[in-house]
Design a protein. Sequence first.
Length: 225
Amino acid sequence: MLKNKEKVLAIIIARGGSKSVPRKNVLPLQGKPLVAWPIALAKSVERIDRVLVSTDDDEITAIAKEYGAEAPFKRPAELADDQTPTLPVLQHAVRYLAETQNYKADVILLLYPTSPFLKPERINQALDLFETTNCNSVVSVVEDCGRFWHKIEGKYLPFYPPERVNRQYYQPLYRENGAIYFSRSEVLMTMDKIVDEKNVEFLVMAAEENIDIDTLADWQQAVKK
């Protein structure tokens, strides 16, 4: 719970299916299933009130409960295919707690099992931003001062900066790294967004700090870490 008594709910989304690395959410990483990593992380942060796993998979449900998370429902099939956006999955979990337990969290933390090495200090830094600013969302990002191109109608064109200048004059761009997404409940449920882009704070992380496991190569890198 935050200093102003706002309740913080961590929601970990973990499907049973995975095309790039089959069953990756239950594969062992350094002695425990991948999905257990964000559970342990969230439970180690005192200001997080509840930790919930949204899954369509019985094995993941059992692992979630074994490691101390709540898994009070089985995610509907229509919210568990490859094309399902994240937002309705989060909204389903929030509505479930409201309708069955009369529980309303003020701040929602979205965590993915694919960022297993995220540190509690980073979660606490994000929560600090909620307590010291009036932001509606906090997103973890990496800073990039490179030159970017894009492809339009088959041609590569400079995107940013549009004119070539010395590197010291570049303004940084910020890329979401998939590790942390905090938003107030109203952003999800009323604004129908995961992030309020008009009222967001960035938590800048080093590029090498987070491994986002999306491919077999990412998995092999995580195993070696």
